[in-house]
Write a protein that binds this ligand. Structure first.
Ligand code: FAD
Length: 309
């Protein structure tokens, strides 16, 4: 299908872009990678009368560490996170695992992380990572700039706290320390399908005890959610014989998976996965992602103990 007729502008600066977006007489849409917007327009599910292309704006493709956090500019493509060491430490490992689950290489070459957060598909991998890690979404309009925490940002399927006229300029992710291990796992129907369920996990272990746990779920509710009850079940675990082997892990992480399925998930049925099935997938995947994170954490701790040779 052909999209309805629309006007197109490609500003060179953020002020020009937000000026165009803030025109109350227009229904404007930003185009970044175009991997979701163009499809929506072709299917006539979206019909903006003005498309504001941000691809010429210098500086929006910045990816760098700034004051203990990673700042991801609005034009950083998914594929940027496939490059080894693009992001330092455990956060880089988590991003590297998450990104390979998104669509396929041509889409990852154009699509952007910020665009994923703007679109807010419940199955989006980046949205699950963002809620798990307390990311901040920087929004700018004609009146100024504000940052919205990911926990307050996602309001429902394709619904966010972003106001009409606001441009996401960057997304901020707190860095993870070297005492944190990470895991990311998802189940999907075919290689290129959206996730049936995806789980992002990060475990921080200090003195053999889990001091922090961050679990984000994609497609386990009508929006990305944090598995807070499952996280609480993990904090303080490991005292005495610290997370010493598979039996401890299987018990602890299996239980966290069941808690996530029962208390944190509120799955929406889809044609290929009813709510009960999705709960089962949540239980299994949370357990697996946590095992991955624990294994990663031990490997990092071992590496630190051994030191350079
Ligand atoms: C076949 C296929 C498979 C896919 N599989 C997956 C998948 O498995 N997982 C996944 O997460 N995604 C998947 N996607 C979506 C893909 O990741 C998109 O790239 C992403 O959702 C949006 O990024 P974009 O930069 O292309 O945004 P665009 O398509 O340009 O925009 C998407 C929406 O966000 C708005 N927007 C974009 N950038 C900004 C901004 N800076 N400020 C304000 N609003 C903005 C647009 O106005 C539009 O409403 C798939 C897409 C396709 C076509």
């Amino acid at each position: 299908m052909k999209p309805p007729v629309f006007d197109y502008v490609a500003p060179w600066s953020i002020p020009e872009a937000v000026d165009a977006l803030g025109d109350p007489s227009r229904s404007a849409a930003v185009i970044a990678g175009g991997q979701s917007l163009l499809l929506e327009m072709h299917l006539t599910r979206r019909a903006p009368d003005l498309v504001v292309d941000i691809n010429r704006i210098a500086g929006l493709d910045g990816l760098g560490v700034d004051g203990g956090a990673l700042r991801v500019g609005a034009l950083v493509r998914h594929a940027a996170f496939e490059a080894p060491h693009a992001v330092p430490g455990p956060l880089g490992a988590l991003f590297g695992q998450a990104v390979t689950n998104i669509a396929h290489p041509p889409i990852r070459a154009r699509g952007t992380l910020a665009g994923s957060l703007a679109w807010a598909h419940p199955a989006s991998e980046w949205c699950a990572v963002a809620v798990a890690l307390d990311a901040g979404v920087a929004l700018q309009d004609r009146d100024g700039v504000r940052e919205v925490a990911a926990r307050d940002y996602f309001l429902g399927p394709y619904r966010t706290a972003r106001r009409p006229g606001e441009l996401i300029t960057s997304v901020r992710f707190p860095l993870l320390g070297d005492d944190t291990g990470v895991g990311f796992i998802e189940h999907r129907r075919t290689h290129f399908s959206f996730a049936t369920v995806a789980v992002s996990a990060a475990l921080t272990v200090r003195d053999g005890v889990i001091s922090d746990a961050r679990i984000g779920l994609a497609n386990a509710a009508d929006r990305p959610v944090r598995a807070s009850a499952a996280e609480r079940s993990l904090i303080g675990a490991g005292a005495g014989e610290p997370l010493s082997g598979r039996i401890t892990d299987d018990h602890l992480f299996g239980r966290a998976g069941r808690i996530a399925a029962e208390q944190d998930a509120s799955p929406v049925a889809e044609p290929y996965a009813d709510a009960g099935y999705k709960r089962q997938v949540v239980a299994v995947l949370v357990g697996r992602a946590l095992r991955q994170a624990a294994t990663d954490q031990r490997a990092r701790a071992g590496h630190r103990t051994e030191g350079p040779r």
